[in-house]
Design a protein around this ligand. Structure first.
Ligand code: B12
Ligand code: SF4
Length: 493
C-alpha cells in the first residue's frame, strides 16, 4: 500500500518561500528514522510526498500520481489560502482512484474545524471528496491512521473502508496531543478526540529532511556565503504557540517548548546529514520566553551556525540581542504593523513606537540585520500609513532595516478581527481568491478578504507610496511592485 502526502500550493506565485514544515511535522512519526523506530510506517509501506513548486505542476502531475492502484491514502495539508486548490485536488483523487481514502489537515483545518457547525464542516460540505479531517496535533493521529491501514493490508484484508477504521478507534482517546480526527459518516461525521494532553515535544522525532525537496534548502536568500551564494538553510522550531494576542492573528495556541539540547542536536544533525549551513527559527516569537531563549543561545554558541528568527519588538532588549549575536544570529524579522501607538494598541499588539525605535537602534548597534513586516488595513488612516511608510523608508536609507514586507490584513478564520467583523461578505476560502491582480499581488496575503475600506484605491496608494519612499531592493515583492507602478504610470499618461 502507498501513502501520498500533498503540500498544497496556493494561488500566490510570489509568496514566502520555505519548506512545508506543517506537513513534515504531521508526518514526523510515520517517517522517523528507521533505525530509531523499527515500526515506523515508512518501513512497512511506501510513502511519497508531493510538493509541487507551482500550481501548474500540481494540476499536471497529481492525476498520474494518484491513479496508481497501490495508492490507498492521500493526505492534503492546506492553509486557508490553498484550501480551494486542495479541494480541487481531492476531486482529482476521487475521480482517478475512487477507493482511496482522502484526508485533510493543516492550518486551515486547525483554525476552522474545531469551531464549525455540522453544516459547514469540511466533511458535511465536501464529503463526496474528503473522508477524514484532522484538526490540531497531527503526529499521533497520522501514525494511528497509517498503522490501522497498514495492519489491515498485512492481515490480508482488502477492506480499507472508513467503517473498519471506526471499528478500531478506541485507542485514539489515549493518544497524546490536542485535537481530533473526524471520519465521514453519511452526511455527517464521527469525531475521535485525542487525550487532549499537551504534546511532549521532546518525545517527537525530528522532521525527516530526507523526504523534503532539495530546493527548499535554497529558500532563504538572507544568509550568504562570501556575500554571493545563499547558504543551505533549514527551518527549526524551538516551541509551538505564541503568547501574543494580536486581534488579526490566530497564533494563540499555548506555549509549548522543547528542550534546548534537542534543538541543538537537531541542528547538528542537519549540519552533518544535510550540509546545512544556516538555520531559520520558524517560531512565531523566538524570544517568547526570555530565559529559555537566552539559555538556548548559550548552547548555540558551540554550534557555530549562522541563524535568524521571527520575534517581537518588546521581547528583545540589548541583553537578549547581545546573547543572540554571540550565538550566531545575524538576522531578525519583526512585525511592525503600523508606526502608531493607538493603532498598535487597538489591534492588541502590545508594543509601542518607543520600543520599535529602541529595538531597531539596538539591532543596528549589535550588527544584526532586520526585516520588518508592515500591515495595512488594521484601522490606520492614510496619514498614519504614509507616516509608517516614510519612517520605514528612512530606516532603510540609514541601513537600519534591510527587508520590508507589505502585508494586507486578511481575515483569518477564527481570529478576533474576523469573529468581530459585521461585514456581510462571507469569508469563504472554498473558492478562488477575490483579488488576483495588481495591486493586490504586491502584498503578502493581498489576494484574499480585507476590511471593506481597504479598497483598490487604498491599495494603489500604499504601493505607490512605498515605491516612492522605500528602496525597491528592500521590498519583498519588488518585481510585482515594479510591475504595478509601471501600470499606474501608464494610466496617468
Ligand atoms: C513554515 C511556514 C510557512 C512555509 C511553508 C508553508 C506550507 N505550505 O506548509 C512558507 C514560508 C512557504 C509559508 C507560506 C505561507 N504561509 Co505560512 N507559515 C509557516 C509557519 C511559520 C510554521 C508552520 C509549522 O510548521 N508550524 C508548526 C506545526 C507543528 O504546526 P501546524 O502548522 O499546526 O501543523 C500541525 C497540524 O496542522 C497538522 N497537519 C499539518 N499538515 C497536515 C496534513 C495532514 C494530511 C494531516 C492529517 C495533518 C496535518 O499536524 C501538524 C503537526 O501537529 C506558520 C506559523 C506557525 N508558527 O505555525 C505559518 C502559517 C502556517 N502560514 C500562514 C500563511 C498565511 C502563509 C501564506 C499565505 C503567506 C504568504 N502570503 O505567502 C503562505 C501560504 C502557502 C501555502 N502553500 O498555502 C498562516 C496560515 C493561516 C491559515 N489560516 O491557514 C500561518 C499559521 C501563520 C499565521 N498565523 O498567519 N508558510
Ligand atoms: S502577530 Fe505575531 S506576536 Fe501577534 S499573535 Fe500572531 S504570531 Fe503572535
Amino acid at each position: 500500500m502507498k501513502f501520498v502526502f500533498v503540500n498544497t500550493p496556493d494561488y500566490d506565485s510570489d509568496g514566502f518561500l520555505g519548506a512545508p514544515t506543517s506537513l513534515y511535522y504531521a508526518c514526523s512519526r510515520i517517517t522517523s528514522d528507521p533505525y530509531s523506530n523499527e515500526s515506523a510506517i515508512s518501513n512497512l509501506a511506501d510513502i511519497e510526498f508531493f510538493d509541487p513548486p507551482t500550481l501548474e505542476d500540481y494540476f499536471c502531475k497529481l492525476p498520474a500520481l494518484v491513479s496508481d492502484s497501490q495508492v490507498g491514502f492521500v493526505g492534503f495539508s492546506n492553509t486557508s489560502h490553498s484550501r480551494y486548490i486542495a479541494l480541487r485536488g481531492a476531486k482529482i483523487v476521487r475521480d482517478e482512484n475512487p477507493n482511496c481514502i482522502i484526508a485533510f489537515g493543516g492550518p486551515h483545518e486547525d483554525e476552522t474545524s474545531g469551531n464549525l457547525t455540522c453544516l459547514n464542516h469540511t466533511l458535511s460540505k465536501w464529503g463526496q471528496f474528503v473522508d477524514i479531517v484532522v484538526c490540531g496535533d497531527g503526529e499521533y493521529l497520522l501514525e494511528w491512521l497509517g498503522r490501522s491501514l497498514v495492519e489491515r493490508v498485512k492481515s490480508g484484508s482488502r477492506d480499507l473502508t472508513l467503517k473498519k477504521l471506526k471499528d478500531h478507534s478506541d485507542d485514539v482517546e489515549k493518544l497524546p496531543g490536542r485535537g481530533h480526527l473526524d471520519i465521514r459518516k453519511d452526511d455527517s461525521y464521527t469525531r475521535l478526540a485525542l487525550s487532549q494532553s499537551m504534546l511532549e515535544l521532546d518525545n517527537q522525532p525530528f522532521i525527516n529532511w530526507t523526504y523534503i525537496d532539495q530546493r527548499h534548502f535554497n529558500d532563504y536568500p538572507i544568509f550568504y556565503e562570501q556575500s554571493v551564494k545563499p547558504k543551505r538553510t533549514a527551518q527549526v522550531m524551538t516551541h509551538r504557540g505564541c503568547r501574543g494576542a494580536c486581534r488579526f492573528c490566530t497564533e494563540r495556541r499555548q506555549y509549548n517548548r522543547r528542550s534546548n539540547h534537542l534543538v541543538v542536536e537537531e541542528i547538528e544533525r542537519l549540519k552533518t546529514e544535510h550540509e546545512v549551513q544556516s538555520i531559520f527559527f520558524d517560531d512565531s516569537t523566538f524570544n517568547d520566553e526570555e530565559k529559555d531563549a537566552i539559555a538556548l543561545c548559550k548552547e548555540l554558541e558551540r554550534s557555530r551556525v549562522e541563524w535568524g528568527c521571527l520575534t517581537r519588538f518588546d521581547k528583545v532588549d540589548m541583553n537578549a540581542l547581545a546573547s543572540m549575536k554571540k550565538a550566531g544570529c545575524s538576522y531578525i524579522y519583526l512585525g511592525l504593523e503600523q508606526f502608531d501607538d493607538e493603532v498598535l494598541r487597538e489591534v492588541g499588539k502590545r508594543i509601542s513606537t518607543n520600543q520599535i525605535v529602541e529595538t531597531l537602534t539596538n539591532c543596528h548597534k549589535m550588527g544584526i540585520r532586520v526585516g520588518v513586516s508592515t500591515l495595512f488595513g488594521i484601522g490606520e488612516s492614510r496619514d498614519i500609513a504614509q507616516r509608517t511608510i516614510e519612517q520605514v523608508g528612512s530606516w532603510c536609507d540609514e541601513g537600519i532595516v534591510e527587508v520590508v514586507s507589505l502585508s494586507a490584513n486578511c481575515y483569518h478564520p477564527g481570529s478576533v478581527t474576523s469573529n468581530c467583523c459585521d461585514d456581510e461578505r462571507e469569508f469563504e476560502y472554498d473558492k478562488k481568491p477575490p483579488h488576483k491582480e495588481t495591486p493586490w499581488t504586491c502584498f503578502e496575503e493581498g489576494l484574499w478578504y480585507h476590511p471593506k475600506d481597504f479598497n483598490e484605491d487604498y491599495a494603489n496608494f500604499i504601493v505607490d507610496s512605498a515605491s516612492r519612499n522605500i528602496p525597491l531592493n528592500a521590498l519583498v515583492r519588488k518585481a510585482k511592485i515594479k510591475e504595478a507602478i509601471s501600470s499606474l504610470e501608464t494610466i496617468e499618461v
